[in-house]
Write a protein that binds this ligand. Structure first.
Ligand SMILES: *Cc1c(COP(=O)(O)O)cnc(C)c1O
Length: 299
């Protein structure tokens, strides 16, 4: 991994995993949209959420972006690498002083991509959407195009919506992991009505995400949010999950990240076993990438 690796949307393909360990029902057709292959760190949905943000930054005459994330953030490292690729400078506002004291592999790579890191307290980080706080940050960095955490704005949703164009028309269900909800919203806004969108929240109290999603999605009938597979909380780790990740690679050659996609596929496999999907369903699971995050694992 390192600067200079090109973004390749042409690497995206659909992997059929129907008759494998991941799909324990012969009457279900299961495929994976491999967005993780776009780039080692600007992977998956992150590229789609960033592309129109970077274009907007350039159009509006900025030579720097400023964005936000935690010490393991897939969004932060993707922003760092994508900005470098686009010839833009980048500042990352990092949550928590502890992150400065103990640099994670993710943050080290952000710096290697040329991103300047500014560490702020958790209390200040919570103010990241406040205009006054943003003005204070810009006073330190100089003019910059601000991309919200998770690429959560109209440009992010627009780019995420393009993922819908990669879904075959005969798919009955599309499944995706949910963080900020930007990818889910963009997808639901662009997918045809006959395709059901099922989100998986990898954090506690995931049901609450509905309040974030609903205002952007007119219909209630063609989507749902599953909050059952959080494994104790965001980025919380579990031996059963680790075992699942190993088996996924061994049995199906599908690498998963520990924060999002491992929980998503674990949930999918469980729902398929339990008969959640009608026989004949054609499911596309979106592999949103995030594999860089595994480097931060302690074991
Ligand atoms: C960021 C991320 C998500 C969540 O995407 P949102 O648009 O924030 O909901 C899902 N999977 C992976 C691997 C991610 O890095």
């Amino acid at each position: 991994m390192g600067p200079g690796i090109a973004i390749a949307e042409s690497n995206i393909f659909i992997q059929d995993v129907s008759d494998t360990w991941l799909c324990p029902d012969p009457l279900i057709h299961l495929s994976v949209l491999r967005l993780d292959l776009i780039h080692p760190v600007i992977s998956g949905n992150k590229w789609f959420k960033l592309k129109y943000n970077l274009a907007a930054a350039e159009e509006q005459g900025f030579d720097r972006i400023l964005t936000f994330g935690g010490a393991y953030s897939n969004h932060l490292i993707a922003s760092a690498a994508a900005a470098a690729e686009a010839g833009l400078k980048a500042t990352g506002i990092v949550r928590g002083w502890h992150a400065a004291a103990q640099e994670t592999p993710t943050l080290r790579h952000c710096r290697q991509y040329g991103m300047e890191l500014l560490f702020v307290s958790r209390a200040d980080y919570a103010r990241k959407e406040e205009p006054i706080f943003q003005q204070q940050l810009l006073a330190q960095t100089g003019p910059a195009f601000i991309i919200p955490e998770g690429g959560q704005n109209e440009f992010g949703r627009k780019g995420a919506g393009e993922i819908a164009g990669l879904i075959p028309d005969d798919a009955t269900h599309v499944c995706v992991s949910v963080g900020s909800g930007t990818t889910f919203i963009g997808l639901r806004q662009q997918l045809p009505d006959h395709q059901f969108l099922l989100g998986f929240a990898p954090f506690k109290n995931g049901e609450k995400m509905k309040d974030t999603l609903s205002p952007f999605i007119p219909s209630e009938s063609n989507w749902a949010l599953n909050a059952d597979y959080h494994f104790g909380g965001f980025a919380k780790w579990h031996a059963a999950l680790q075992d699942f990740m190993h088996r996924s690679v061994a049995e199906t050659a599908l690498p998963l990240d520990r924060v999002y996609t491992a929980k998503l596929f674990f949930g999918m496999r469980d729902l398929i076993s339990g008969g959640y999907f009608a026989p004949g369903s054609r499911i596309i699971v979106i592999h949103t990438g995030g594999l860089q995050g595994n480097e931060n694992a302690t074991k």
